[in-house]
Design a protein around this ligand. Structure first.
Ligand SMILES: [Mg+2]
Length: 507
């Protein structure tokens, strides 16, 4: 089908779906919102969804179904609307255990499980819910209908709030027709929309690949990882929507620069050269190129011209954003240098010092600033200052990135020039076996998720930025699934990449 034909048909369907919001009950509306999000077409119904969630939040809700209560809890919390964990009390006895019938309700348990993963610090009852739901869902293995069984299997591996939306949508698009209440207009719209977006994404990916090939050849740093598709994929996890082309491309380029800079500090440069490179990056002026060894000079000039190109792509009142990005890159560079100093002096830092530096070196904090650069009007100077400040959700993103990477590389064994990882620093500082250190890092990752969840309530005016930062955090379990680093060892991602960017869904 031509683009035009697909767009016309989508518009028809979209109108039909919009009509579904009117005249349905609150529970029906919540299920509709869930379906649209699950199929990753919610961006077309932003206003209707927001008004549904806001009015649900303001109103009474008396359902006796744990599925309904948990669904409402999850949808509202994800949207930055606070709901108390007390909503689950009515399903529990006085001693805090769930009523017996809950244990036999797989759909309710799955909703409870996914919802409870929106916990914030100190909400131990939600952690208990997770354990309870997990235990009963595991015991039902083999007894559930196929689609529910598949959803349970995926959720037990990775709960919905930590699942990459587009990848989950691919699964759900093929499962949705089995749902008893499914709506064929919604399904058709989801497929059309996925395919239309895929054409756009593939076009972007091709343009980005040309940019990268030229850059890679021009700067001649052959020791650097050649991973342009993965750079694009990572950027795409922050935003997939049509109107974010500019943001997506800028972020993918930023990630490509991170990889190249990281590999220069880690793999190639001597300590003296690391210091020279950092000095030049801090000066950020073409004249500083003379500080550098010859093999880094083209790279340095290319860095400067790439940032200049970002500026050219922004509107006059947005151009100031690039200076935040430059600053974030300079912070990253000085942390890379700190790691190099530690490594070359064979110094094992204290755990906390190591985490402070290596979280910055994960690239996460710069990605969080960089993802805002090309976005539209929702980005304010406050949002950029918040991201650059590397607090709450940004810090959490950096920690999840760092810790998941460290758990993966601890399993694999390290790179030649890698500094002692958080796992190793913890082991040597506390004199504990590796299992204890790994468990500790795991609990710090959970803390970071709580911080991420909490950030949605603390900074309502920054919510659009917080949600995109959370998307980056959510990409980490995907990138480091089963403790392997898919970014560096990307064969695991190949099938997913083809389904996301190359092979259309059959209509
Ligand atoms: Mg490194």
């Amino acid at each position: 089908m031509s683009d035009e034909g697909m767009i016309d048909r989508s518009n028809e369907l979209k109108e039909k779906i919009t009509g579904l919001f009117a005249g349905s009950s609150i529970v029906e509306q919540l299920n509709l919102v869930d379906t649209l999000q699950h199929l990753s077409i919610d961006h077309h119904f932003h206003e209707q969804i927001l008004s549904t969630l806001r009015s649900t939040h303001a109103g009474e809700f008396n359902s006796s179904s744990i599925h309904d209560v948990a669904l409402r809890f999850r949808l509202l919390r994800q949207q930055g609307l606070w709901v108390s964990p007390d909503v689950f009390s009515k399903f529990k006895d006085e001693d805090g255990t769930f009523h017996a019938n809950i244990a036999n309700d797989p759909r309710g348990l799955l909703s409870l499980y996914n919802a409870s993963y929106l916990f914030t610090h100190g909400e131990t009852e939600l952690e208990d819910n997770i354990l309870f739901a997990r235990q009963h869902l595991e015991s039902m293995e083999g007894k559930l209908d196929y689609t529910l069984a598949e959803q349970v299997r995926r959720a037990l591996h990775l709960p919905l709030p930590r699942t990459l939306k587009r990848v989950e949508a691919l699964h759900y698009i093929s499962e949705y027709k089995e749902e008893p209440m499914h709506n064929s207009s919604i399904l058709e719209f989801a497929k059309l929309d996925f395919n239309l977006l895929q054409r756009l994404h593939l076009k972007e990916l091709k343009a980005l690949s040309r940019w990268w090939k030229n850059l890679y050849r021009e700067v001649g740093l052959n020791y650097s990882r050649d991973r342009v598709v993965e750079c694009y994929l990572w950027s795409y996890t922050a935003y997939y929507e049509q109107e974010y082309t500019r943001a997506r491309i800028i972020l993918a380029k930023i990630i490509a620069i991170i990889i190249m800079t990281d590999d220069t500090y880690d793999v190639r440069a001597t300590l003296v050269e690391c210091r020279q490179l950092n000095e030049a990056i801090q000066r950020w002026d073409e004249s500083a190129v003379s500080l550098l060894p010859e093999y880094l000079q083209k790279f340095y000039l290319k860095l400067m011209s790439t940032f200049k190109e970002f500026e050219d792509e922004l509107k006059p009142d947005e151009k100031y954003r690039v200076s935040f990005s430059t600053k974030a890159f300079q912070i990253l560079s000085s942390n890379y240098l700190q790691e190099a100093e530690w490594f070359h002096q064979n110094y094992k830092p204290r755990f906390n010092d190591q985490v402070n530096v290596s979280s910055m070196c994960s690239g996460g904090p710069w990605v969080c600033v960089g993802l805002l650069v090309g976005m539209g009007d929702t980005v304010t100077k406050e949002a950029l200052e918040w991201a650059l400040g590397c607090t709450d959700a940004v810090r959490a993103c950096a920690e999840v990135t760092r810790f998941m990477n460290d758990l993966a590389s601890f399993k694999r064994g390290k790179n030649k020039n890698d500094v002692a990882s958080s796992v190793e620093c913890y082991i040597s500082e506390h004199g504990v076996p590796s299992e204890v250190a790994i468990a500790k890092i795991g609990s710090l990752i959970e803390d970071a998720w709580k911080t991420t969840n909490q950030a949605r309530f603390e900074l309502p005016e920054l919510l659009p930025a917080v949600q995109r930062v959370a998307n980056i955090t959510i990409s980490m379990p995907f990138m480091y699934d089963d403790k392997t680093d898919a970014f560096t060892f990307s064969s695991r991602l190949e099938g997913t990449i083809k389904r996301l960017f190359v092979n259309p869904i059959e209509l």
